[in-house]
Ligand binder design. Structure first.
Ligand SMILES: *Cc1c(COP(=O)(O)O)cnc(C)c1O
Length: 472
């Protein structure tokens, strides 16, 4: 320790770290416990947060107390509180105490698990936990790392889908000799924007957004006809994505039919179940993804609905060989005995980034501290509350659902039309205790209530319904 260092501001003093860490945990507990007294969205004007910050970074060390105080002064009043019990907007971005502790432990160890040899436990716990999930979610056994496939944690479903698109492009190139500009990716017109973005980033020349049926599921007859048309035009169909739970309405594409077409046409078949994948921990939802044996890759986000904070997205492949072949580049400085033995997984070869955080730790903590039974209970409770809301909406003279509720999203509109729907959404959000989102499908405005905050209880759902009922 240099003499010039003042102990109370030494950022490397471990005993000070201990005290500060306890103080921070107290802050987090008080924050989460106090959310109900705050509006879901703090009223902030653009630039208001930055205006509270000094123009220059501090030259001299500050005491941690001052840093902590700014969580209350600067940060919390500038947040949209995603963990608020009144959160019904978008989809949830869940967190939970075990996940937060897992994140802290991972940061505490600060390992970088790009290769097995750069932290064997990081790799092996990740492989093992994702193999557990194969069983917990009823996925095909071949998807385990002990089989031909395997799972990897990525930053998000967008990254997983982008990765799948790259592998599909390489497969198509090897098989047909076609260039990316002639390759075509297919997905629902209600698919998440990440499919189109991923296809663009991967260099695909064409993306086809397929028409859907009345329940917002992409139509296999449209897929088959479009592929035939593209082949006739000399293009190379390379990739098809089935959505299990679209973002707009949780529409569910026919995975088996899409898989059959993909097999017949030699296309890569990817499933985007970013939100709804978590529900598969309960057996009664699995019929929505019948046909998984015809799937090449699959992504879902524990960081949405499996109690694990951002970022934590699962990507499974049925066969890891094409993935590793597409992404493995070996510079001399990464050569090591373990990798060369072929007996270990080097996750850097499973996605774009090299450096990777120890994401599996928080997922492991969550699975152990909730238990599968606890997670099933949470999912079932959310779905039951959502379906209750949907029933009340359909029984209401002024409201009607616009899509089924296979999971925990209720999509509904005011019977008087778009303006009345938007007004209702504004009235609910202006109250401050809740946040829901509005969207549009086929020219029709509708409201989305996504039940799924870790901290939502029945009282919040009841209070939201009272507000909807009074506002309609
Ligand atoms: C949220 C969502 C995504 C994007 O997930 P990220 O993890 O934010 O990249 C992709 N697809 C669907 C269906 C989603 O709901």
């Amino acid at each position: 320790m240099g003499e010039g260092r003042r102990l109370d501001t030494d950022p490397l003093d471990l005993e000070a770290f201990r005290r500060n860490a306890y103080a921070l945990v107290d802050w987090v507990v008080d924050y989460l416990g106090g959310l109900e007294d705050r509006p879901v969205r703090e009223p902030v004007r653009p630039g208001e947060v930055r205006a509270k910050l000094p123009g220059r970074a501090p030259e001299d060390p500050e005491a941690f107390d001052a840093v902590l105080a700014d969580l209350d002064r600067v940060v919390a009043p500038g947040l949209t509180h995603w963990q608020h019990p009144g959160w019904f907007a978008y989809f949830p971005a869940q967190s939970s105490p075990p996940a937060i502790l897992g994140e802290l432990a991972a940061a505490g160890m600060g390992v970088q698990g790009m290769l097995w040899s750069t932290s064997p436990a990081a790799t092996e716990i990740e492989s093992h936990v994702l193999d557990w999930l194969v069983d917990l979610l009823g996925m095909p056994q071949e998807w385990k790392t002990t089989g031909a496939g395997g799972g990897v944690l990525q930053s998000g479903a967008s990254a997983s889908t982008h990765t799948a698109l790259v592998v599909a492009r390489e497969e198509c190139l090897v098989r047909s000799g076609a260039g990316p500009k002639d390759m075509v990716a297919y997905t629902s017109s209600h698919a998440h924007s990440s499919i189109e973005k991923g296809a663009r980033m991967a260099g695909y020349g064409h993306i086809r957004l397929l028409a859907t049926d009345r329940e917002f599921a992409a139509r296999p007859d449209v897929l088959a006809a479009t592929v035939t048309e593209d082949r006739r035009a000399g293009l190379a169909p390379a990739f098809v994505c089935s959505a299990v739970g679209t973002t707009g309405t949780t529409g569910v594409d026919p995975v088996r039919r899409f898989g059959e077409i993909a097999r017949a046409e030699q296309m890569w078949h990817h499933v985007d179940a970013a939100y709804a994948g978590s529900a598969m921990i309960c057996e009664e939802f699995r019929h929505h993804q019948d046909g998984l044996e015809l799937v090449d890759s699959y992504t879902f986000n524990p960081h949405k609905w499996l109690a694990t904070n951002l970022d934590c997205s699962v990507m499974w492949v049925a066969d890891r060989r094409p993935l590793i072949e597409a992404l493995s580049v070996l510079p001399p400085y990464l050569r090591n005995e373990a990798s060369e033995s072929g007996r270990v997984i080097d996750y850097r070869d499973w996605h774009g980034p090299l450096g990777r955080p120890f994401r599996a730790l928080k997922l492991w903590f969550v699975l152990r501290c909730f238990g599968a039974a606890g997670l099933r209970r949470m999912i079932r409770t959310h779905v039951a509350w959502a379906r209750e809301l949907a029933d009340r909406i359909d029984a209401h003279s002024k409201l009607a659902t616009v899509a089924p509720t296979p999971f925990a999203l209720v999509s509904f509109a005011h019977v008087d039309g778009n303006a009345a729907t938007d007004e209702l959404v504004d009235r609910i959000n202006d109250d401050g205790r809740f946040y829901i989102t509005a969207s549009e499908a086929e020219g029709r405005r509708y409201a989305r209530i996504s039940v799924g905050s870790t901290w939502t209880s029945r009282t919040h759902v009841e209070a939201l319904w009272d507000l909807i009922d009074a506002g309609a």
